[in-house]
Ligand binder design. Structure first.
Ligand SMILES: Cc1cc2nc3c(=O)[nH]c(=O)nc-3n(C[C@H](O)[C@H](O)[C@H](O)COP(=O)(O)OP(=O)(O)OC[C@H]3O[C@@H](n4cnc5c(N)ncnc54)[C@H](O)[C@@H]3O)c2cc1C
Length: 466
């Protein structure tokens, strides 16, 4: 990895030449944390560069609805450029960060056709989230995809719908059983929400559409090594959610881990379950931010940060959201959207205070607004410090809050209309099996090269000239 190009006009170089330049804040990750940080800096006299490997911000809590055909990808993801089109101090760059050099204040970014382009920063905010964790069984990934990105959701949707199509076409009824067996490994919110949504889908949307198979005969199994579903909720709410799952026809198997997953199914507690569709909803691990920084991490690999969310010894580096580890009142903060958003706002405001030479903000403190999980139609569980709710009322609150947190009002309307339509008719928004081609045509042109051309390797935010 070479040094920053001599031709680059970084903010530090400009200062050295006597040109008044804005300090540069590089934010890596446009998820909940990174987005909140960039927005918090909207009035600051800084130059923000927001780098993400995808071109969209994703509302992950509704991913399961894309995987189970209720919503289409465009209803829960928005182009990052569009979000920041009215924030002139922010530039967006699509690329994958591969390394950080703390001493020279550089992040290295790989784009489609350029490797490890150095980008200078004065302040760095890392908000790179998590990825799937197969707990030492990487070989499971091929057979049991996880749910983290829009591509994952569409791949799972394809698998589920294809299984029904294959079963309908299959002459041998003996083979219907494994085609119509769906196993979800991990009974946290994602596994519970997916299993319940699929159970609802087979009993409503798919029920009358097939002629040779009975979709309601699908066997939906939810497996977890823990002894209750939704382990982060109170035992009472876990029990309520489990009862609801069972009433929807989900076969809940607790206190049993996945021992083997291969093309023909899964082995749970020594028993092989023949299944063509196994989905991994069991765990996540943080992004490699800890490795990039050479930082102290917790056992899971999350970066241990100071109470002001900075890296120890580096007040110019913030690590926030799922990839950071911070305890509050003796307990680690959970990996949820609210933590990431509140930390993003805090980090953005803290950088601005430093730039304006204001006294430092008090340590970060998370305000817990509560947790929710939905279990099919008309039922959710909701837990706050003071309140525990389950049933239809909790479900209505869940729906209202999720609509509220969608980033754009046109999507709020579109998702609301879709939900009402699906609720009343059982028809789903996006039931397409879409097989994507391997090549990313149109992206292999030189557009990214122009963005990070040799003479401007550092200037993601610089306007392009002919
Ligand atoms: C299926 C699912 C359902 C969930 N449901 C809920 C829920 O109901 N309620 C709740 O509170 N939380 C929920 N969560 C958790 C919540 O989404 C996360 O806690 C939150 O997204 C964390 O925000 P973040 O900014 O740390 O990371 P993310 O939002 O994950 O954002 C990370 C960003 O970094 C980018 N990135 C990663 N690595 C790189 C790199 N090397 N270079 C460039 N860019 C990179 C990614 O593309 C991504 O845009 C759910 C998560 C999932 C996966």
């Amino acid at each position: 990895m070479g040094p920053a190009s001599g031709g680059a006009v970084s903010s530090r170089a400009a200062m050295a030449q006597g040109t008044p330049a804005r300090k540069r804040v590089v934010i890596v990750g446009a998820g909940f944390g990174g987005l909140a940080a960039a927005r918090a800096l909207r009035h600051a006299r800084v130059s923000v560069i927001l780098i993400d490997r995808s071109n969209h911000h994703l509302f992950q809590p509704l991913l399961y609805q894309v995987a189970t055909c209720s919503l289409s990808p465009g209803q829960i993801g928005w182009p990052i450029r569009q979000i920041f089109r009215r924030q002139p101090n922010a530039a967006v760059a699509m690329g994958e960060v591969t390394a950080v050099e703390k001493e020279r204040r550089l992040v290295f970014v790989s784009t489609v056709d350029r490797q490890d382009v150095p980008v200078e920063y004065d302040y760095l905010i890392l908000a790179t989230g998590v990825r799937h964790n197969y707990f030492g069984h990487k070989e499971f990934e091929k057979f049991a995809p996880g749910l983290k990105t829009l591509a994952d959701a569409v791949a799972i949707r394809n698998r589920i719908l294809t299984a029904f199509e294959q079963a309908e076409a299959e002459e041998d009824p003996a083979r219907h059983k494994d085609l119509l067996t769906f196993v979800f490994v991990g009974a946290g919110p994602t596994g519970v929400e997916l299993a319940a949504a699929l159970a609802v889908m087979v009993r409503s949307t798919l029920k009358s559409e097939f002629r040779r198979i009975d979709p309601t005969s699908a066997h939906i199994i939810l497996v977890d090594i823990a002894d209750r579903v939704l382990g982060a909720f109170s035992p009472l709410l876990s029990l309520a959610a489990e009862a609801r799952l069972r009433s929807l026809g989900v076969d809940v198997r607790l206190a049993h881990g996945a021992e083997q997953i291969d093309e023909s199914g899964i082995v749970v507690d020594g028993q092989r379950i023949a299944a063509r569709t196994v989905i991994w909803t069991a765990g996540v691990e943080p992004s490699p931010a800890g490795k990039w920084l050479g930082a102290e991490t917790d056992r899971a690999g999350r970066v241990r940060v100071e109470p002001d969310l900075t890296l120890p010894g580096h007040p110019e580096i913030y690590v926030i959201g799922d990839t950071a580890f911070l305890e509050q009142d003796g307990k680690p903060l959970p990996g949820v959207a609210q933590v990431a958003m509140q930390q993003g706002r805090y980090a953005g405001a803290a950088v601005e205070r430093k730039l304006r030479a204001l006294p430092p903000a008090p340590p970060f403190r998370y305000f817990d607004k509560g947790s929710m999980a939905v279990v099919g139609n008309n039922f959710a569980v909701l837990q706050t410090r003071r309140l525990q709710l389950r049933g239809r009322f909790a479900w209505l609150i869940w729906a209202a809050i999720h609509l509220e947190f969608l980033a754009r009002s046109n999507l709020r309307v579109s998702v609301f209309v879709q939900w009402v339509w699906t609720y009343l008719t059982g028809q789903r928004g996006s039931r397409l099996i879409v097989a994507h081609h391997e090549t990313a045509s149109g992206f292999t042109n030189r557009s990214m090269t122009v963005t990070v051309a040799q003479s401007d390797r550092n200037e993601f935010e610089k306007p392009m000239t002919a």
